[in-house]
Each structure stands twice: as C-alpha cells, then as structure tokens.
Write a protein that binds this ligand. Structure first.
Ligand code: ARG
Length: 575
C-alpha cells in the first residue's frame, strides 16, 4: 500500500474529528519531506480559510491523529507542517505483502476502459527520422503502462498513406518503371525516391498535372492505380515493421490504422457535419470553423473537410478517426502522442468532435505533446548536409558505441552483439523516456551510454548485478519468498522506495508521462546501489538478515525488470 494513501486517510480522519465531517474531504497535501519520510501541508491552506495560525492548527490536527500502527513519530515543524516518520515494521510488512503479490502493488484499473494511443506518426514512402524517436518510444511506453493497469489499449499510428503526394509518387514510379521502383523501395531508399518525385513535380508542369489527375483517380478507386499505390504501401510497411521490431515497439501492420482505413467513412462524416450545420461550403470547399479558433487577423480558422475539387486530406481523416474511436471503438480516453507543432490542428479536431456530440463527458481527448530531439546546438537534429538524421542511423550508432563500451568484457562475439543491441537501444530509448515528454533535449551518445547516472545502461546494469547475487546463491529470484525485518537504514530506504512502484505507475498513466516511471526506477537503482554497498547480502550476519536482504534484492529486481519492460527496455541477463 502507498504510504501516502494511508497518511492521507488518517489526516482526513483527524480533520473531521477536529473541525467536523465537512473537512474530511480537504486535500491533506501529503508530500515527500527532507526531514522525515513525508509531510502533510494541509494546515497552511486551512489556516487561511479559518483565519487561524497555521502552527496551532497543525498542532490541533496532530493531536487528533491516530497513527501509532503506521508512524514512529508525527511532529509539527516549520510554519505548520506535520512531519511523519514511518515505522520500520510497517514498511517491512508492506514490502512483505508486495513480495507475495504478482502485481507488485500495482492496483488494476477500476474500472478498466478503452484507450486509444495514436503515436509514432510515420508516412508511407518516407523514412523515419530522428524527430520520430520521441513520439514513437513515448507513445509505446504510455500504451504499455495503460495495458499493464488493465485498460484495453488500441494502438494506432495514423500512417500517412493517403493524400496528394501519392499522385506524384505513382507517376514517378511509372516513369522509372515499376520493377526499378520496386528494387529501390525494397532496400528502403524512400528518401531518394521521394525527392526524385518531388523534383519532377516542381520542375515539370506536365508531370504536376499528371500527378494531380492521378490523385483523383486513386481516390476514385481505380484498380490499377490502387495496385501501384499498394506497392508503395507494402514496401513502407515492411520497412516500418522491421524498425519497430528492432526497437521493441508494439506497432504492427494490423494496428497501424493508416489514413486510408478511414476512406469509406469520409463522405458520411462530411455529410453528418454538414447536416448538423457544423461544416459549411466556403469558396467551394467544405469547412468546419470550430468556435474560438481564429487567425492573427481575427478570421475564423477552417478545418478543411473536402477540397473544392472533391478530394479529402489530413484534416478529414483525423476527423473521421476521432469519430471512429469514440463512436465505433467506444474509447473513453484518446491520447495523441504527437509533436507540439500539430497542437492547433489537434485542438481543432477535438473541438469539432465536441461540437458534433461525439466527444462528451466522461470521454477525454488529449494531445500528449512531444518536444524536440535536438543537436548539441539546441536546433533540430540535422546531418552535415542539412538533411534529417535517419532514425535507423541513430539506432546503428547507439548499438555500435554500446559494443565499444562493453567490448572488453566478452570474448564471445555473438553474445557481445546481443548485449550491445540491448544496451545501445536501451540507452537511446531511456535517454528519451527519462526527459519529460514535452521538453526538448539534445542528443548525446556519451552521456546516454554512461554506466553511471540516470541512464539506461545504469538501470540495466543494476538488474545484472542483482541477478549475479542470485546466481552465486544458486537461487531463482522469481521464487524468493519470505518475511522482511528492517534494521539497517539502507534496508529501510530501499524498502520504502520500492513501495512507490504502484503510485509511480498510476501517476505515469494519469498524465501519460513515462518519465515519472523512469525517474522512479532510477531512484530504485540508486537506493539499491547504496544498500548493496553497505549491506552484505550473501554474507549477512544471520539467517533472518540474509532473508530480508535477499527479499529486498528480489523485489528490487522484479520492480526494475517490470518497470523497464513497461518503458519498452529490454534487460540483458548479464552485462
Ligand atoms: N503522419 C503525420 C505527420 O507526419 C502524423 C500523424 C499524427 N497522428 C494524427 N492522428 N494526426 O505529420
């Protein structure tokens, strides 16, 4: 059980006893404390409300507290804080319960709901670049965390496989010949292919006209055009799923939900909005003008639902997608893990969904904003020639460098490569996940691969170290059971930290912020390191102490492995 919940409950009881039952619902404001384990700050806001001295109020609340079973001490301090020092035997009992609990104290969602997580945001015939890293790994971690809590998670990538570029891509394919194009795409040379098509489009009026006609023919469903389009889509699908597999991202062809998936719904969505008066014809196009969105000059901003030539675009598929998620999938929570530059677009889509009555209480839609991955100069990451850095290049470099970091430890090349893969990718993902997702950070291979500090390799290394204890003891850490008795300060600190697992996961899920879980896991690894330096496990002074220390080690291992898995980070057995 989360100590904060118990303390909050007891403080609420004291508030009710002191001031009447209406005060039981006041937030007790339980926070970690620098001078004790936790503190309650409720006396400060309450003093304002009641017009009394905060310290007196705190003393009055403290005198009503019934906490003997949980706390060793509860004292008033400072301007009116109540400081709590938990009892060692209470912490030990909670940790003992956690050790016997396969869920490790993580409460199942009650009630579970349907949640869609829209992330990664790839496009057909384009390679994933550095800018996709954040939206891909953060989205996958959010999905994993929600799933672990028991929610039904629907993953979606909203793969861009539709719209105007496909006219020029298909015409270019016809120009170079289908076989040549297939070969080029099979080796993943999307960028070259795309750029060549673009150059033709920009350089030739005749080509541009053909490309535009081709889009119309594609959207009208012409079978031969669809077949050519499918060549592009299949090649991209293969490329994307290979990268996702390598990164441990659980997006598959089945879950990609590309834009074209919504094609059959677009006409109906448009007429529904037009009939409801939410969309109107403006200069020949069908547009929605959700209230409250205006340009700099005060004119209402449109969501373009149907262009004047009858074609549909990005706005339309997003409006159809949100309708589908709410009405067909009955999703109660919609999370869009997308870069901050699309904030206006998404807010307008949400607004139209509200106007249409699709997005109604208690369902929510949220833009989980993603910050930039930058170069050392703080600007968007670019190659020397000014192009986007490919995601595959980032992965390759991380893995190669990881190989150097661990090279001298292994003679067996295959084993070394396997560990380098896990360490390199783990480092890259963890560096990203440990930063608040809306913040930007700069790429730094040396820092992310360091074996100390808040890094992936440090956390992986902590698990490897714990495993080696159990190997030496010839015990299976998954089978360890027992009763904890805490005597040393470092044991107590580790046990108390471990109790924060459930709360960290709940908080990460509520705010869709994997870094909350990442920083908790770093706390666990650091507290474990201190514990391991100060408290011999296998050479503990007596059997009861050994039992406690083995139990703490096993619990730390389970929490780290489960937590890292929820972040999508693999842990090698040894390092
Ligand atoms: N493919 C889009 C892009 O490259 C991102 C998709 C984000 N998701 C969404 N539902 N709009 O900009």
């Amino acid at each position: 059980m989360d100590p904060r919940d118990v303390l909050a409950e007891r403080v609420s009881e004291a508030l009710a006893a002191a001031f009447g039952s209406e005060y039981a619902s006041a937030d007790p404001v339980i926070r970690p404390s620098a001078f004790a384990d936790y503190q309650a700050n409720v006396a400060l806001p309450l003093a304002k409300q009641l017009g009394r001295a905060p310290r007196d109020l705190a003393a009055e609340i403290a005198s009503r507290l019934r906490l003997d079973d949980v706390c060793e001490r509860a004292d008033v301090s400072g301007p009116g804080f109540i400081n709590f020092v938990l009892r060692g035997d209470w912490i030990a009992a909670q940790a003992t319960t956690m050790l016997a609990d396969p869920r490790l104290g993580v409460p199942p969602a009650d009630p579970p709901s349907v949640v869609t997580v829209d992330y990664s945001g790839p496009n057909v015939a384009k390679e994933l670049h550095a800018g996709h890293l954040r939206a891909t790994v953060a989205g996958d971690a959010v999905a994993r965390i929600l799933e672990h809590l028991g929610h039904t998670v629907v993953r979606a990538a909203h793969l861009g496989d539709w719209g105007t570029p496909f006219g020029m891509l298909i015409e270019h394919m016809l120009d170079v010949g289908e076989e040549t194009a297939r070969k080029q795409l099979a080796v993943g040379e999307f960028t070259a292919f795309y750029q060549a098509a673009r150059a033709e489009f920009d350089g030739s009026q005749e080509f541009a006209d053909r490309a535009r006609r081709r889009v119309a023919v594609l959207q009208a469903g012409d079978p031969e055009t669809r077949r050519l389009w499918q060549v592009l889509v299949s090649a991209s699908m293969e490329y994307l799923t290979a990268i996702y597999r390598r990164l441990g991202i659980k997006l598959t062809e089945q879950t990609m939900a590309p834009e074209s998936f919504y094609n059959p719904m677009l006409a109906d969505v448009c007429s529904e909005l037009e009939e409801a008066g939410i969309a109107v014809i403006s200069e020949g196009a069908l547009c929605a003008f959700p209230p409250g969105f205006t340009g700099r000059d005060g004119t209402p901003l449109p969501l373009m639902l149907r262009k004047s030539d009858g074609g549909y675009g990005y706005d339309t598929t997003d409006v159809a997608a949100i309708r589908y998620r709410l009405i067909e999938l009955h999703a109660q929570r919609l999370i869009y893990v997308v870069g901050s530059e699309q904030s206006l677009h998404l807010q307008m889509v949400f607004a139209v969904a509200r106007q249409a009555g699709w997005l109604t209480d208690p369902a929510t839609a949220e833009h989980a904003v993603i910050g930039l991955l930058t170069g050392q100069d703080g600007k968007r990451l670019k190659t020397r020639t000014g192009e986007q850095v490919k995601l595959s290049a980032l992965i390759d470099e991380a893995v190669e460098r990881a190989g150097h970091v661990i090279a001298d430890r292994y003679d067996d090349a295959a084993l070394r490569d396997r560990i380098a893969e896990a360490v390199g990718i783990g480092a890259l993902k963890y560096a990203d996940l440990s930063v608040a997702r809306h913040s930007s950070y700069s790429l730094d291979f040396d820092r992310m691969l360091a074996l100390t500090g808040n890094t992936g390799p440090y956390l992986q290394y902590a698990t490897a170290r714990i495993r080696s204890i159990f190997r030496r003891a010839e015990l299976d850490p998954d089978q360890v059971t027992g009763t904890l008795r805490l005597t040393e300060e470092a044991e107590r600190a580790l046990a108390l930290t471990l109790l924060g697992f459930g709360p960290a996961i709940c908080q990460a899920s509520e705010s869709a912020e994997p870094h909350v879980l990442a920083s908790f896991l770093f706390d666990v690894a650091s507290t474990f390191t201190t514990f391991y330096e100060l408290c011999p496990v296998l050479k503990a002074p007596d059997a009861a102490t050994r039992e406690t220390r083995l139990a703490l080690s096993a619990l730390a291992l389970r929490v780290l492995v489960t937590g890292l898995d929820l972040l999508g980070i693999a842990v090698p057995d040894r390092m």
